[in-house]
Design a protein around this ligand. Sequence first.
Ligand SMILES: [Fe+2]
Ligand SMILES: [Fe+2]
Length: 335
Amino acid sequence: MTASLSVSSTVARSAALPVPCGPISEAVIRCLAAGEPGKEVLLPTPTEVDSTSRDVQLALLICYELHYRGFESVSDAWEWDPDLLRLRATLEAAFLDYVRAHVEPGNDAAAEMEALSVEATSGSGPSWFLRDEGTWEQMREYFVHRSVYHLKEADPHAWAIPRLTGQAKASYVAVEFDEYGGGRGDRVHQHLWAESMVAADLDASYLGYVNRVPAQTLAWVNLMSLFGLHRGLRGATVGHLAATEITSSPGSQRYVQGLQRLKAPSACIAFYAEHVEADAVHEQVLRHDVVGNLLRDEPELEADVVFGMRALDFVENELAEHVMSRWSAGQSSLD
Ligand SMILES: [Fe+2]
Ligand SMILES: [Fe+2]
């Protein structure tokens, strides 16, 4: 069987409901598994929400996933169930407060993007470690974390499209068009990622590793869904995508170097090589055509754009610290 056949047979489906890991995710999963909404449901109304807990982040990811592919054997009607939406609102308000509490406010998007585009010459995160000394097993482990996002790459940002207008919208869609393969199904970045998972002998199914990743990985992906699904946070979504694209090219270059050092399969290298090139262009489009035009039209969104950039940095650092602290202790970064 070729890699692309295995990929298409695994990635097209919805995932099974995850395994619960605490009272909130347990209640959500029990509820979704019970059948159609509308019956009497017993969902918790948590008064204290710890956004660093895996239970909270998993419950949030499940609520968000109903807007993407849903879950196997779970009614699509749950997507707009008021009780579940009320619980989701409680969890995401706490998560947003938590992120805001850890991110300095800022009001100069151009300066922020300028600073992000200054290429670092050294660093202590996984991309640096995997470039220079990480093992193939650690690289594969990192793929597992990344898979929760890359198998839905571009989807969380796509929610912002109807909320943008004019040139900002046209340029934003031009970047998303590339992420979605420029009209070619076999070039969709989600698909390229699935191919690299298969090449690395990993499971390419959608959310295939959701039960193995820690709270930090779930939070990193949940942040994008939180921003994307709220019109009021469209500035943060644009900032998030801008920071993603600006920092992607040099980061991807480090992965290319690490993968070459480890003599990884060519599909793994191809995914990152594609991002070295494409994201150098996307960076320019985001900086000038998207953020520039958005803030010309809606200058009041500038603080949110900066927040989106800094929030991404915060959740990425949380994940990087988790991974590096586990690896330095000689342990796996997965649960
Ligand atoms: Fe991409
Ligand atoms: Fe990109």
